[in-house]
Write a protein that binds this ligand. Structure first.
Ligand code: GDP
Ligand code: MG
Length: 151
């Protein structure tokens, strides 16, 4: 099943938006299979943003993403990568449509609240960079007794 890596950035955690943002994806109907508050190490940040090494904002980006706790998540579902990107909105919050997360809650290109993988392949790499395999669980919410199984 398709998975994506979503990460609430330090600005979202500091602004106490974790609950509100998690709720959007729960209500949409995707399945949460892993989540934790963590602080990205510099090595993790460099690996996560490897494609941006040559960008002028790379240094600023690393500094920001390691500046405080992030809330890292793995979500699963058919089409979850593309739909999450739609729900997140354009990179520049000033261009992101109202109704999207960045469109509703941000104005700054750097401090844009949330990361979402841009492809299933990126997701696989980003999940492995932030989670141990045993931290990912699936469960059947319709069973009377919740049974967690490793993915
Ligand atoms: P995303 O996939 O929509 O998150 O966007 P990108 O992969 O293009 O960029 C990664 C992250 O780098 C963005 O989410 C922003 O936090 C940051 N970023 C992108 N462009 C800029 C910029 O022009 N200035 C600054 N300060 N940060 C930027
Ligand atoms: Mg990106």
């Amino acid at each position: 099943m398709e998975k994506t890596f979503l990460m609430l950035k330090p600005d979202a955690v500091q602004r106490r938006m974790i609950g509100k943002l998690v709720q959007r994806f729960e209500e949409k109907g995707f399945e949460l299979i892993g989540a934790k508050l963590m602080r990205m190490t510099m090595a993790q940040a460099e690996a996560h943003y490897a494609e941006h090494t040559d960008k002028p904002f790379y240094g600023e980006l690393l500094e920001f993403i390691t500046s405080g706790p992030v809330f890292a998540m793995v979500w699963q579902g058919e089409g979850v990568v593309a739909m999450s990107r739609l729900m997140i909105g354009k990179t520049n919050p000033l261009e992101a449509a109202p109704g999207t997360i960045r469109g509703d809650f941000a104005t700054d290109k750097g401090n844009n609240i949330i990361h979402g993988s841009d492809s299933p392949e990126s997701a696989e790499r980003e999940v492995a960079n932030a989670f141990h395999p045993e931290e990912l669980l699936i469960f059947d919410p319709f069973l009377p007794k919740l049974e967690a199984l490793h993915v």
